[in-house]
Design a protein around this ligand. Structure first.
Ligand code: ADP
Length: 470
C-alpha cells in the first residue's frame, strides 16, 4: 500500500486553502425564485468527494440540489487522499502498454477485502472505473500512471485529494443556479413519511433547526475516523485509537442517522489503521521497510511484539494490542541517514543516544530489557517470522513513538446496485441513497488504496442518476 504522509497542520492548511474563494450560495437565483427555499429535488448530506460528485451529476440532470456540509469548507477526508485513483483499462494503461485489466482490478479488490466484499458492488465499481477516470479529465485534471503500481493513477503534479476537491468545487460553482451549497449546516435526522425518506432536519451556524424536504436524499457523510468512541463500539479492539490521520468531519453522523431509521449496516467491525509517528506521519517505508533494512518496534516493556514488515494496517492493530496502545520505533544511524529517518526524528520529536541503554532511559524504557531485545534482533533471533532482518548496530541510536490512528472506515450502510439504502430485511428504503465512505459492502476487511475516491465518483454518480430518474 502506498503511504499517506500528511500532518494535521497540512490538513488544516489545505482546508483553509480550499475554503478560500468558497462561498455558501444560500441565496442563489434558484432559491430566491423558489417560494420554499427548503424544498428541493435532491438533498445531499456531506460535501466530500461523493457528495460533490452527486451534486454535480444531479444538477447536470436538471435537478435542483441542496448540499449541506457541516464544516465551514467542503472536502471531507477526500481532501487528504494521497494515493491517487485506482482505475483499470484506461487510455493511460493502453498508451503505456502496462496492463491493469478490469479482472485484475476486481481480483485485487476482492483479495484485499479477504473475499468479504460484495462482488456485485465491486464489479459495478471496477467496470465504471475508466469512465470515472475520464470524467475527472473533463474537470481539467491531468494524470499519469504511478510508476510504482499500474493500479494507481496520480496527478501529473500536486496533491491528489486537494486537486480533486478543488476541481469538484469549481464545477459545483459553475452549477450554482442549480446547487445550493450550505456550509456550516449539519444534518441531524431524516424526515420519514409512510416509510419514505422525504428530507432531513438540519442545524445551521445560527443553531436553529430547519427541515429540508426533498424528493430524494443522498447520504454522503463519510466514515467514523474522527469518532474514536464509535470505532470502539463497533470494534472494541480499537478502543483508544488516535485520530490524527483524519479531518474533523467524519464523525459517523450518517451511520447514526441511518441506524435510527432501520438501515442495514455491513462490515462495521473493519477499519484501516495507520501506525503513525507522533506528528501524524508514517515513516514505515524507511524505518521498518519491506526489505527489512529498517529498525524494530518495541512496546513499553521494551520487547518486540510483531513482524514489523507486515501490512501497515495489521501492524497498527498489533500496536493497539500493546499496553498504552503505542510503541517505539528503534533504529540506528544508517537508517537515520535516509530522508525519512531524519524526518521522523526531527518532526516526530524522536530521541537520540550513543548507547541503547541511554536511548531506553530517554524513552522511559528498561535499559537492560531494550539492550536484550536489540541484541537478540541483531543476532537474527526472531520469534515473529520477519523474513528480512535489518540491524540496529551503528551508534548513535534513535527512538520515535508511534500512535496508530484511524484512517478508513470499511463498513457502512448497505446499498443495492442503484446506491439505494437497504433496510435490515434487504428492502429498499424509499427516497434514500448513499455513496462514498458511509457505504458498507465494498471493502470487507481491507481496501485497495485509491479505490475510495473511485467509489465516491462511481456511486455518487449512480445515486444521483437514479435519484433524478436518469
Ligand atoms: P466521502 O469520501 O465519502 O465523500 P468525506 O469524508 O470526503 O467522505 O466527506 C464527508 C463529508 O460529510 C465531510 O465533509 C463531513 O464534514 C460531512 N458531514 C459529515 N456528517 C455530516 C452531517 N451530519 N451533516 C452535514 N455534513 C456532514
Amino acid at each position: 500500500m502506498k503511504k499517506i504522509a500528511i500532518s494535521t497542520l497540512l490538513i488544516v492548511t489545505m482546508l483553509v486553502g480550499i475554503l478560500t474563494g468558497c462561498t455558501s450560495n444560500t441565496t442563489t437565483p434558484t432559491n430566491a425564485a423558489n417560494n420554499n427555499k427548503n424544498a428541493t429535488d435532491v438533498l445531499i448530506i456531506g460535501g466530500g468527494g461523493a457528495g460533490l460528485t452527486a451534486a454535480i451529476t444531479a444538477a447536470e440532470n436538471g435537478a435542483k440540489v441542496i448540499l449541506v456540509e457541516k464544516m465551514p469548507a467542503v472536502g471531507g477526508n477526500t481532501i487528504i487522499s494521497a494515493t491517487g485513483i485506482t482505475a483499470s483499462d484506461t487510455q493511460l494503461h493502453k498508451d503505456a502498454a502496462v496492463p491493469f485489466t478490469v479482472e485484475d482490478h476486481i481480483k485485487k479488490t476482492m483479495e484485499t477485502s479477504k473475499n468479504l466484499a460484495d462482488e456485485k458492488l465491486v464489479r459495478i465499481l471496477v467496470e465504471n472505473s475508466n469512465s470515472a477516470y475520464e470524467w475527472l479529465l473533463t474537470l481539467g485534471l491531468k494524470y499519469k500512471l504511478d510508476p510504482k503500481d499500474p493500479a494507481w493513477i496520480i496527478p501529473e503534479e500536486g496533491h491528489y485529494g486537494a486537486l480533486l476537491v478543488k476541481a469538484l468545487q469549481a464545477k459545483v460553482a459553475t452549477l450554482s443556479d442549480k446547487i445550493d451549497l450550505r456550509l456550516d449546516t449539519k444534518a441531524t435526522e431524516f424526515v420519514v413519511e409512510s416509510g419514505k425518506v422525504v428530507g432531513a432536519k438540519v442545524t445551521g451556524k445560527d443553531g436553529k433547526e430547519q427541515v429540508i424536504t426533498a424528493k430524494s436524499v443522498i447520504l454522503a457523510t463519510g466514515g467514523l475516523n474522527n469518532a474514536p468512541d464509535m470505532i470502539a463500539e463497533f470494534n472494541p479492539k480499537y478502543k483508544g485509537v488516535n485520530t490524527e490521520m483524519t479531518t474533523p468531519g467524519p464523525t459517523g453522523d450518517g451511520i447514526r442517522m441511518a441506524q435510527k431509521i432501520g438501515a442495514q449496516l455491513k462490515d462495521m467491525e473493519y477499519f484501516q489503521m495507520r501506525p503513525l509517528a507522533l506528528n501524524g506521519y508514517w515513516y514505515k517505508e524507511v524505518i521498518v521497510n519491506q526489505e527489512g533494512t529498517g529498525g524494530i518496534l518495541v512496546n513499553t516493556d521494551a520487547k518486540r511484539f510483531a513482524n514489523e514488515t507486515m501490512s501497515s494496517w495489521d501492524l497498527a492493530s498489533e500496536i493497539l494490542k500493546q499496553k498504552e496502545r503505542m510503541a517505539y520505533i528503534i533504529f540506528d544511524t544508517d537508517v537515520y541517514n535516509t530522508p525519512d529517518g531524519k524526518k521522523a526524528v526531527d518532526k516526530a520529536k524522536g530521541v537520540k543516544a550513543d548507547t541503547i541503554e541511554d536511548l531506553a532511559k530517554q524513552l522511559g524504557l528498561d535499559p537492560a530489557a531494550l539492550k536484550a531485545t536489540v541484541d537478540e534482533y541483531n543476532a537474527k533471533n526472531d520469534a515473529f517470522g520477519r523474513k528480512t532482518m535489518g540491524k540496529v548496530t551503528t551508534a548513535p541510536f534513535y527512538g520515535v513513538k508511534t500512535l496508530p490512528s484511524s484512517h478508513y472506515t470499511m463498513g457502512g450502510v448497505a446499498i443495492n446496485e442503484n446506491a439505494q439504502v437497504l433496510d435490515k430485511d434487504g428492502k429498499v428504503i424509499e427516497g434514500l441513497y448513499a455513496a462514498g465512505e458511509v457505504v458498507g459492502g465494498l471493502y470487507g476487511a481491507g481496501r485497495v488504496a485509491g479505490n475510495n475516491t473511485l467509489d465516491d465518483i462511481v456511486f455518487g454518480k449512480i445515486a444521483a442518476k437514479h435519484a433524478t430518474g436518469k
